[in-house]
Design a binder for this molecule. Sequence first.
Ligand SMILES: C[S@@+](CC[C@H](N)C(=O)[O-])C[C@H]1O[C@@H](n2cnc3c(N)ncnc32)[C@H](O)[C@@H]1O
Length: 261
Amino acid sequence: MTSDIPVSLASKAVKYENFVNAYENTFELYNKLVFNLIIPLLNLELNHTLLDLGCGNGSCEELLSIQRPYINIIGIDSSKSMISRALSRLIPNTEFIQGDCLRLRFADCFFDRCVANFVINSVKNPEKLISEAFRVLKPGGIFVFSYPILKDSNDLLKILKKSLRKVKIGPKSSKIIDYSPLCQAGGFYQVRFFDTNVGVCIKSGNEACDFLAPLKDLAKIKDKELYKKVFENISEFVKTELVNGKALVIGSRIVIAYKPY
Ligand SMILES: C[S@@+](CC[C@H](N)C(=O)[O-])C[C@H]1O[C@@H](n2cnc3c(N)ncnc32)[C@H](O)[C@@H]1O
């Protein structure tokens, strides 16, 4: 098998001890591009208070405070390092709290808007995330959330899953989950979604491996040979897509849900 993977890549994950830094060099840009699509959907008005569930390193708050300087923002995240990074940004009208978005310490009907960008896919209990968002939203409030959908063959995360499956360590399928029924069961109405692809600037299999290396799925592989094989698979799948003239993408679904008056 031909491969453009440098030998040093086999130990790449070990170097990414601090995921916050790695994240800032890779996924942050794509999360922000999706967040940019979410901002207008929130229909934010003067003095609205918005809750960002799983706010990460605060990069989305930075965008929000520039585009909607007239709102108040509270970001909550379970990761101490993400919250420290968020606090270091000194964003006006914004508070960051370390906590669990499945057990919010806010009163019922406190927020005008609620958002969760790429979080529902990483929590154990998505129903609870939805029910907490519903509980803390005021009547008439809007909840918008996004998650990766791994739809197309040129989707970078789909390629990652396929590469893991090929060495029998990946999840069996990449079925797209529809959270609309959960939102409706949780009390939301007019639940709508759309799918979108964000292009990823990757020109080789090697660059794709570099981009994906900090992800937990890869970082937890301890067997060096297995690790190398996964990278070879990624590289091979990526090259096929590029040869076929396809740019690599990250596919996402954005869901909009309203709390009744
Ligand atoms: C992929 S990151 C997205 C971060 C941010 N929303 C963005 O778009 O850049 C997912 C974030 O969700 C946080 N998270 C996961 N489960 C959580 C939970 N139960 N409570 C709070 N935060 C959680 C993680 O710590 C991580 O920062």
